[in-house]
Design a protein around this ligand. Structure first.
Ligand SMILES: [Zn+2]
Ligand SMILES: [Zn+2]
Length: 790
């Protein structure tokens, strides 16, 4: 009906929106907004982002842009909106969603997998709904994303849903812009979508009239069920049954490692855990991570879920299948859900592979027929001192891009050895991979290589440089070398510190307290308890924990008694290692072992020196008799922390009053301009305490407090020398609440600002992110120099 006068008022604008804008209901949102404002034009997904052409009245266009930037769809993250005028001719009669265009460089991002939304949950439980009890219900606001995407742009034919042609009702929803499932790529129903099946451990399908009730009965009867989920398999048992947990532990050969649980409903939690408001919020966030919560001592949970540890990893159901399982008759309200793998290998994703690898562990298999394109483990998070910390970044967070203020070349960073990740970077954007794990395992290494290829394809990024750890033997470093690209080797603890700087956009020099397990030092010793002055591309080591021998090398990391003896040797010399002088918990060590270690350390045979904080914790745990052998990484430190917490009568903050700045730690000393925190004093403190009849819990707490005081005291001295007031806290040991909260409080009361990893792990999971920044900036500056010379 437009005549020439209205036609004149019409304007045209082309808008490009970048960020996490695909697979989050962005186009239907745009469609509905444009239609409401009587704008005409088109919206489409492209590899650059979402492109919108709108034509209409000036005021309406303004309102459109305002709403788009201020109230975008809840799951989207807009990083950039650009607009330019375009011709309004010819004016289309409607607003349409056009098919995705391919071609050009991908700068758009792919959303992470999202937990089932409220609306879908209501439909799932509604007996009148056509998706009542459908295990794969989803909509534009929820469901699988990253785990099913093969390539971009994110459209059904490029996901593992392509093998499920939609039925007519599903198709209608998919094409109806007013529907919640408009362009929901994994849209499906009972009649057209994926389904579940029930199998014995030999893979034979077992007929049953209700698979979920059968599965629930098996769980209630202490059976182990392998459950194919969103990003991989879980091994599932009844979380209230000590016997079931024991069977799972034996078959999985995982004697002590804490197992995560899933609870049917957040209200069940209060039966056995403490849960603050911020912890609740985290549990219910779209990512639905495993959250570490403090256990109540009421014995409701199976007692062997997390032996020796004061907390337990808890998550809520995040797929419709989980909800249905809990709804099933006689399903236990708490289920152990541990990664479906053999110890040390990556989580299984394919049915056949799981039947092959898990048949000695699981009694039954609950399978489905939707392919998992990308393996993603559960993410693990914790609230410490009011701050969210991510211990393992995977499902729900990956591949959300990270934006940094500095310009990077196209670069790959290969990460560390354990808890490994890799990172791809370009311009101001970094794509950090999901948790991959221990690369010494062949399957994990293959997963690492596959995932690098997958990320390169998804983000259409071919690196021109590579960064890796200084450690020459890491599988990740060996891979980096093979690429024959300009290579930047970044010291482990430098990378830890820069990862935190990157997350917070800190450009100026910082002091970094990096308390960690193991890192290759440029002086040939093993580092791990460092205070560094850090800039993005360089660092200086200002201080460190006193060095201890690692008798037996790597074996010392799994046998704390070796570190116990090492610390005694370091404190008292050879006479500390005689049977009569050993503290009670180490008296059982036989003469031959004692003699061997004594010789190794005296003669420096296979006993490299280390400043590792992790090994100091091992030594203390050994001397206090907490543990002498560990079966998972960090076990001794976690048990030491749990014991110390038993002696803690008030919040740790109160132990670091505002007058902390007057405090001088007796544990500090300076040697040739380098500061050391002397571990011998900790040992003397323990030995005296034990002899005086102090409780082990009190001594464990005292150790934490003295370590905090010494680190904070040294940082304060270094701050006044350097004038630097920003302090970065990083390294795996910062996952220890007492250490982290104590340090934050003590530094804060000295007037220093602290920063730590919140979106990214403080452990080795973020090493590749630190490497990519340091390596990338070094590459840029080396090229700039070449340019000048040329
Ligand atoms: Zn939904
Ligand atoms: Zn259907």
């Amino acid at each position: 009906m437009s005549n020439s006068s209205t036609r004149h008022k019409q304007k045209g604008v082309e808008i490009l929106v970048r960020g996490t804008v695909q697979g989050v209901g962005f186009r239907p949102f745009v469609y509905n907004l444009a239609t409401r404002l009587s704008l005409t034009g088109t919206v489409s997904n492209t590899e650059r982002g979402v492109t919108i052409n709108i034509i209409g009245e000036d005021a309406d266009i303004k309102e459109f842009l305002h709403t788009l930037s201020h109230n975008p769809p809840p799951l989207s993250t807009i990083t950039d909106i650009s607009e330019q005028p375009c011709s309004p001719d010819p004016i289309p009669g409607t607003f349409t969603i056009t098919t995705s265009l391919s071609g050009g460089e991908a700068t758009t991002s792919i959303p992470p997998d999202v937990a089932l939304c409220r609306d879908c949950l209501a439909e799932l439980n509604d007996s009148r709904d056509r998706r009542h009890n459908y295990p794969f219900i989803n909509c534009t606001n929820c469901g699988p994303r990253f785990s099913i995407i093969e390539t971009i742009p994110y459209d059904r034919p490029k996901t593992s849903m392509k093998s499920f042609p939609m039925c007519t009702p599903c198709k209608n929803e998919y094409h109806d812009p007013a529907d919640r499932r408009f362009h929901a790529q994994p849209n499906a129903c009972h009649s057209c979508g994926p389904g579940i099946s029930w199998h014995d451990r030999d893979g034979n399908s077992i007929a049953t009239d209700n698979i979920l009730n059968t599965a629930a009965r098996a769980l209630a009867a202490d059976r182990v069920v392998a459950l194919r989920g969103l990003g991989g398999f879980h091994l599932v048992v009844n979380g209230y049954s000590t016997r079931a947990v024991d069977i799972l532990r034996q078959r999985k050969k995982r004697p002590d490692k804490p197992l995560a649980i899933m609870v049917s409903d957040i209200r069940v939690l209060s039966d056995f855990c403490y849960c603050s408001e911020s912890e609740k919020k985290l549990l219910l966030s779209p990512a639905h991570p495993v959250v570490l919560l403090r256990k109540k001592n009421n014995g409701k949970l199976a007692e062997n879920l997390a032996p020796g540890i004061g907390e337990i990893g808890v998550m809520l159901p995040y797929t419709p299948l989980h909800h249905l399982l809990f709804n099933a008759e006689s399903c236990p309200p708490v289920l152990v859900m541990t990664s479906g793998n053999e110890s040390g290998t990556p989580i299984c994703t394919a049915n056949r592979d799981a039947l092959h690898r898990l048949s000695s562990i699981a009694d039954y298999f609950l399978l489905h027929n939707r392919d998992i394109v990308t393996r993603v483990d559960d993410s693990v998070a914790k609230i410490i001192g009011g701050r969210q910390m991510i211990f393992r970044r995977a499902r729900g967070y990956v591949p959300e891009p990270l934006h940094i203020p500095w310009q990077l070349p196209k670069i790959l960073a290969c990460g560390g050895g354990l808890k490994s990740t890799f990172c791809l970077g370009r311009n101001h954007t970094c794509y950090l991979s999901q948790h991959i794990g221990d690369l010494h395992n062949l399957e994990s290494y293959e997963f690492f290589l596959e995932s690098i290829d997958h990320f390169k394809r998804l983000f259409q990024l071919e690196p021109e440089a590579v960064a890796c750890d200084l450690h020459p033997d890491y599988m990740s470093s060996l891979h980096a070398e093979k690429l024959k690209l300009p290579l930047y080797r970044i010291q482990h603890h430098h990378a830890h510190a820069v990862a935190v700087m990157g997350e917070h956009g800190l450009s100026s020099p910082v002091l970094a307290i990096v308390m960690d397990g193991t890192g290759y030092g440029p002086d040939g010793t093993i580092w791990g308890g460092e205070i560094l002055q850090v800039e993005l591309t360089s660092y200086r080591r200002l201080g460190h924990l006193g060095r201890l021998h690692l008798p037996g090398g790597d074996r010392a990391a799994t046998e704390p008694w070796r570190m116990g003896l090492s610390a005694l040797f370091n404190t008292y010399g050879e006479k500390g290692l005689t049977c009569e002088n050993l503290p009670a918990p180490l008296k059982h060590i036989n003469d031959a072992s004692l003699e061997t270690l004594r010789t190794m350390m005296c003669k420096n045979i296979n006993s490299p020196l280390t400043s590792s904080c992790g090994r100091l914790f091992d030594a203390i745990a050994s001397i206090l008799g907490i543990t002498q052998y560990i079966s998972y990484e960090g076990q001794a430190a976690m048990e030491l922390e749990a014991l110390a917490e038993k002696a803690l009568t008030s919040p740790i903050k109160k132990l670091f009053p505002p007058n902390m700045h007057n405090f001088i730690s007796p544990f500090l000393y300076e040697k040739e301009g380098k500061w050391e925190i002397c571990s011998t004093e900790f040992v003397k403190m323990l030995i005296t305490g034990l002899a005086g009849g102090k409780s082990r819990a009190d001594l464990a707490l005292q150790f934490h407090l003295e370590l905090v005081k010494a680190l904070a005291g040294l940082t304060r001295i270094l701050s006044s020398k350097t004038g630097i007031r920003q302090v970065v806290l990083a390294g795996g040991c910062m996952q220890n609440s007492l250490l982290f909260e104590g340090l934050s409080s003590a530094l804060h009361s000295s007037g220093l600002e602290t920063y730590t990893g919140e979106k990214l792990p403080v452990n080795d999971g973020a090493i590749s992110f630190g490497q990519i920044i340091t390596g990338g900036l070094q590459h840029v500056s080396s090229h700039t120099h070449e340019g000048h010379q040329g």
